[in-house]
Design a protein around this ligand. Sequence first.
Ligand code: ATP
Ligand code: MG
Length: 424
Amino acid sequence: MGKLIQVIRGMHDVLPSDMPVWNQLEDTFRQLADSYGYGQIRTPIVEKSALFKRGIGEVTDIVEKEMYTFDDRNGDSLSLRPENTASVVRACLENGLLTDQQHRLWYLGPMFRHERPQKGRYRQFHQLGAEAFGMGGAGIEAELICLAARFWKQLELKDIELQINTLGSSECRQRFRETLVSYFRDHFQALDEDSQRRLETNPLRILDSKNPDIQSLINLAPKLSDSLSSESSDHFAELKAILDYCELPYAVNPRLVRGLDYYSHTVFEWVTETLGAQGTVCAGGRYDGLIEQLGGKPNYAAGFAMGCERLVSMLIDQEQAPARQGCDIFMVMRGDNTAPIGLKLAESLRDQLPQLNLRVQAGGGSFKSQMRKADKSGAQLAMILGESEVEAGTVSIKHLREDTAQLEFTQLEVGARLAELLGQ
Ligand code: ATP
Ligand code: MG
């Protein structure tokens, strides 16, 4: 036997035992997004690397250090998508969805980032996300936030808090950038190596640093809120007013800057303390500049992305996981030539009772071991097809959870009888 080949580090199989939680998450979002008028979009997992370089920004951690980039057989540089927003914008531009139109879209799928794997942080992970194009007012950011809040409610997830901030317009940010650079220049020696490098490339990201040694320096840094234009502060005030009016609690976190370059005005995160260090379950905001950056006519855009693995883990921890649909009936077969008759009968029962969860014991085994499997399956009933039943054109039904007499029905009538017994 050869050595076992294992899954790639930081990537995971989802096994049948966890699938009900995933399905619950995805089905709930699917219905919710649909009810708010969001249409689903699916884009390829691989795109030209240039899309992410231009869309996310060359000097972000994602593009600098985390992308799975490779040359394909033609020598073109391609990348596995690290997130979906740039791809969605590309798809909309390419398919003419953005010409003088408003659009609400949602997506679901795997993303890839070469990060250090740890709890809640993987190299292949899944995001559920929503994007809205063509809407300039704070109302759409509020709608996206309400949608997420309703999602937590429907999933019965507790202890998720909303943090919001504004990054202002790109002009405000430019102004703030200069103030910030001059402040950190004055304290250059106190910065860590990463932050010293960022001072040249992406100074705003220094504010996002998790290094405890430079926190006090960051706390004393100039605040973006002092560099805001009146248009930017009005936009932020409008969002807060809507959230207040809708009685949606939030905290303003002036340190919230987000890792991606394309945000402007509102940014928000939903954060929980229950997951340990990787506590952000949803992140988003407004990114008006992106469409033009990717070659389209300037247009409004806002959206969010949620980390599915983190939500699944919360659902499991909070015991909100739904049970897998149980087996109703387990078919046991005895005798040499019963298999074709049993399989045909099973198919006919599935035609008659589409809701029926029927498991057929394929692969033989003694009667006793088959009955043990029937019991282990959790089924209510065992359907026994032995030589005598085959000869008589009948099946026997044995109740596995109650001590009642075994029943015998003709194969023609068993569908109707099962419907009565199982209430289907
Ligand atoms: P973080 O600060 O945790 O690295 P991020 O700012 O890189 O997050 P986004 O790009 O905004 O994250 O992605 C949105 C959400 O996707 C995150 O809030 C998180 O829930 C999830 N996510 C991001 N990266 C990963 C990952 N490597 N593994 C699992 N989930 C992730
Ligand atoms: Mg990250």
